[in-house]
Design a binder for this molecule. Structure first.
Ligand code: AP5
Length: 208
């Protein structure tokens, strides 16, 4: 199963990717998580990415394409993966297409999670992530359990979220017609309980 999850910042891609990985037994490949890990480790890549991420801008295509090429070559990705947050631009989508043609392993589907903009700000600013497990919580909709080691992402401040949403409208929304033309795009309503959204995604994939 090779799936791309598309959607605006805080639309629920990471939450749904975690669930789909459990269901299909394939890894999540999240460029956002990989960049945050590089940043936390203080690597040169992390230092370069930090200034873009904290400004709510996209990291250069060449950087993220290289990360995805390396990660998809690892053995656990041989039977599939859920891509979360990549591609985000048409050049990234073309690079992914070329990579998968070389491997002879095409995408099964591209799922767009639709959430109205007015809900995204609240989802982002009240998001908290458990540092140890990567589990994603929300202070209002999905409160963390006691003892969770919570992290508030630097780019989840209101002003930065606004910039990320604008960036999404300017760049990433162009991927919808791109994948529509390829016959891969399926749109799913992302408003409702996370489990209900998962059910809709599985139905769109013909797995329910
Ligand atoms: P990235 O980490 O990919 O951020 P994003 O796309 O902005 O998406 P988010 O992680 O903010 O949200 P999500 O859709 O995963 O939602 P979540 O499930 O957490 O990227 C960060 C940065 O890295 C980028 O800005 C860029 O700088 C850089 N970058 C990454 N990839 C790149 C690329 N390919 N090219 C260039 N630069 C790149 O949910 C959000 C909240 O809502 C949570 O609190 C959750 O609990 C809650 N929630 C989820 N579902 C529901 C629901 N159904 N109902 C109520 N609440 C819900």
């Amino acid at each position: 199963m090779r799936i791309v999850l598309l959607g605006a910042p805080a639309s629920g891609k990471g939450t749904q990717a975690n669930e789909l990985c459990r269901t299909f037994g394939v890894p999540k490949i999240s460029t956002g998580d990989m960049l945050r890990a590089a940043l936390a480790a203080g690597t040169p890549l992390g230092k370069e990415a930090e200034r873009y991420m904290n400004a709510g801008q996209l990291v250069p295509d060449s950087v993220v394409i290289g990360l995805v090429e390396e990660r998809t070559a690892e053995p656990d990705a041989a039977s599939g993966f859920i891509l979360d947050g990549f591609p985000r631009t048409v050049p990234q989508a073309q690079a992914l297409g070329d990579l998968l043609v070389r491997k002879g392993t095409p995408l099964d589907a591209v799922i767009q999670i639709d959430v109205p903009r007015e809900l995204l700000m609240e989802r982002a600013t009240l998001r908290r992530t458990d540092k140890r497990t990567g589990q994603i919580y929300h202070l209002k909709y999905n409160p963390p359990p006691p003892g969770a080691e919570l992290e508030h992402r630097a780019d989840d401040q209101e002003e930065t979220v606004k910039k990320r949403l604008d960036q999404y409208d300017a760049m990433t929304a162009a991927l919808l017609p791109y994948y529509q033309k390829l016959g891969l795009l399926k749109r799913v309503d992302g408003v409702g309980e996370p489990s209900e959204v998962t059910r809709r995604i599985l139905a769109a994939l013909g797995r329910q």
